[in-house]
Write a protein that binds this ligand. Sequence first.
Ligand code: GLU
Length: 433
Amino acid sequence: MSSSLLADASKILAKAMKYVSISEDAIEYLKYPQASLAVSIPVRMDDGSLKIFPGYRVRYDDTRGPTKGGVRFHPNVTMDEVQSLAFWMTFKCAVLNLPFGGAKGGITLNPKTLSRMELERLSRGYVNAIADFIGPDIDIPAPDVYTNAMIMGWMMDQYSIIRRQICPAVVTGKPITMGGSLGREAATAMGAFFTIEDIMAKLDRKPAETTVAVQGFGNAGAIIAELLFKAGYKIVAVSDSQGGIYAPAGLDIPSIRQYKLSSKGIKAVYCEGSVCSIVEHEVLTNQELLALDVDILVPAAIENQITAYNADDIKAKYIFEVANGPVSSDADTILEAKNIEVFPDILVNAGGVTVSYFEWVQNRSGLYWSLQEVNQRLRLKMVEETDRIWQIAQEHSIPMRTAAYVHALNRLGEAIDAKGTRDYYTNPDPHHG
Ligand code: GLU
């Protein structure tokens, strides 16, 4: 494999392998994406001109079930990035024991420059281009960075038009009126919250004595900041792509969220108006936020935020990865030496795909659940898998990330073996009757 994001992402396999009795065949399978599709999407722009956007969909591994993963709209989207995100989805679904493999998709563009109608044409064009690659039993897209329920609704509708039948289970994260699940929008943050609460209880830490900095104020970042604030944690800093604010006495997250929502623009920095006067604050950059001396750091933006370049500056005690891949593998090694515990993305942000799974189940059964039922089931799953990974980490004295991969590899290895590997046929093992 060349030096790439995927190569970096898959370095973890070598570390985790030492603690798993998994066949060499299974590891070999997991090093490569199963199928990668690159498409060109023609879009008629509002001014009448034609623009072609590059799009991707990668199904990384489907041994445990149809593949699952979001679609992101972002200027940095490349095939390599989509492949590594699909790799993470494979392990994330296995960590949560969902009957899914991993996938990811993306379109390379700055979505802030398109009108709503252009975005609709682009989303429908993407589905036209990948329709034969997805399906309720094949591959199920969902929201990710800069995509939302409205976009998922267009995608589901377009797929249904192509198939000439209503197919709600082809996409998750849809509007509630189109078969979306209650609780899906807040699910990534809610799942992270359940994991943080579970871990803080194990560490015997009280919320009021715990300071938190959150990088990223999108769907995941803003909601996790608010959930932690309401549970009594002291949120001292938040940021968006434009920069952040810091107040050692703690920020009033609900009013910052309100201000950001009412100012509409995705680029709005919350402290240009009235909210700023609520509490004394300093303005800081994203890099400064990451280096704050806090108990908990929550990177909730995009990948590769903590790398070999800035890992030495990190002072937080615990990092909970709400974004996918915010800590590079080099940074992981540096943080481990500094005794900073990193709670990995494939566990911490798995609430999103878990409620996506609930949505898919509801779509297929036709029976819809209350918000309370969704959150209760989510809590059960997050706590169960957090506890198991914690035990694996304790048992082998390994970081939580390695433990999470060990846990996922055990499940993936068993499934790959059951399909037929050399070890499966030559070694008498417990899977044989
Ligand atoms: N995009 C989310 C993730 O990275 C959710 C994926 C899904 O719901 O399928 O986990």
